[in-house]
Design a protein around this ligand. Structure first.
Ligand SMILES: [Zn+2]
Length: 55
């Protein structure tokens, strides 16, 4: 953790992608001290799927 805090909370967040698309319901570990979000591998894959979705 960049701020040094080890206290994180598992939370569902909305993530704004570069293209302006927003992916909701992504599970992330949110630092209770600074609010920074950490995504695990599964969440990252979900984001990639969301950003690649262009049918
Ligand atoms: Zn932090």
């Amino acid at each position: 953790m960049t701020c040094g805090s080890k206290r994180v909370q598992r939370t569902e967040v909305s993530v704004r992608l570069r293209h302006g698309r927003t992916v909701r319901g992504v599970e992330a570990d949110v630092c209770v001290a600074c609010g920074e979000r950490y995504f695990d591998l599964e969440a990252m894959h979900g984001l990639e799927a969301g950003s690649a979705e262009n049918r």
